[in-house]
Design a protein around this ligand. Sequence first.
Ligand SMILES: Nc1nc2c(ncn2[C@@H]2O[C@H](COP(=O)(O)OP(=O)(O)OP(=O)(O)O)[C@@H](O)[C@H]2O)c(=O)[nH]1
Ligand SMILES: [Mg+2]
Length: 359
Amino acid sequence: MTKKSAQNKALQELAGVAHSETTNKSVIAALKKRRQTKPSTDQLIGSILQGNITALSRAITLIESTNKNHSEQAHDVITGCLPHANKSVRIGITGVPGVGKSTFIESFGKHLSNSGKKIAVLAIDPSSSITKGSILGDKTRMEDLVKDTNVYIRPSPSGESLGGVARKTRETIILCEAAGFDTILIETVGVGQSETAVHSMVDFFLLLKLAGAGDELQGIKRGIIEMADSIAINKADGENIRSAKIAKVEFNRALHLYPKKESEWTPKVLLCSALHNKGIDTIWEMIDKYVSLTQENGYFDHRRHEQNRFWLIETIKDKLHADFFNNDVIKKELKHQIELIETQKTTPFAAADYLLNLK
Ligand SMILES: Nc1nc2c(ncn2[C@@H]2O[C@H](COP(=O)(O)OP(=O)(O)OP(=O)(O)O)[C@@H](O)[C@H]2O)c(=O)[nH]1
Ligand SMILES: [Mg+2]
């Protein structure tokens, strides 16, 4: 086969290997067909409901796309999947860089998969626009998990605002649930606003901590501790065990200072070693107990309804915000009003009234 004729074949990598013309033709036709056929919305929904991962990934790509046609199709796919969603347990996992989130998800995911669960791993990664998505790197680190057919790992879309990523993650959860994933793990780095976003889309919020990091009682953001349904002190192995036990007592004491949760759940402090697979089963048992408790007392559904209301209002706010500030007249007038404020010809409040009335 000459170089040129090899380029005309679909199986270029087999250049030099003799093929019958018929095989090549049918392979080429099949490949071409696969490239050309874009599944219809109904086909996508049907395949997702059958648990087809290619269809799932394709639909998530539509969600992430900024193309208007894609967004419309994504919207229809989500609507079609919605009646089949909502059946999973959604778990948020947060902690500072290096605490062991990825290692934890690897061993936790493996444990769940071994007990017959189907797990989707998503991430809200505020730094992804800079690092191109750290979970992408994780995908190579989570070696075992990536190979597991019960597990689906999706990196977060990069180059997006937190609000944008959060909305897309919420929609992705719906599709994953419709595809039959019964446990959704959402990872985020506990350094900014992202944990609030994750907290408002999960049923259970797990905070990973390290012992002896000097922040047992101060320095940790009060808000995160308050959101946590459990604190797991990771790396409780080797020489760390002693300090981990001390940290456990201290966190327990700190947690008692918070008012009782609406869920009637008392947050638990546990020890684990993600690396050595210790305490992972206990963490799942605890989450299972939480789910039973909150499903019985009605909090589980109540919280999901509240979260839906929250995201409705958030989305409206985001959209109004974007529509307002992207408006050309506003852009021009805003500049002018700022000048007037600086020269003390108007106040910020009068300027705001004026600008809001322009639209
Ligand atoms: N000894 C010990 N080391 C651990 C444990 N869990 C994670 N590590 C190590 O800690 C380091 C960081 O772990 P990662 O899982 O990458 O941490 P991460 O929280 O995902 O970090 P970022 O992705 O940077 O936010 C790695 O070298 C792990 O091998 C554990 O339970 N015990
Ligand atoms: Mg990580």
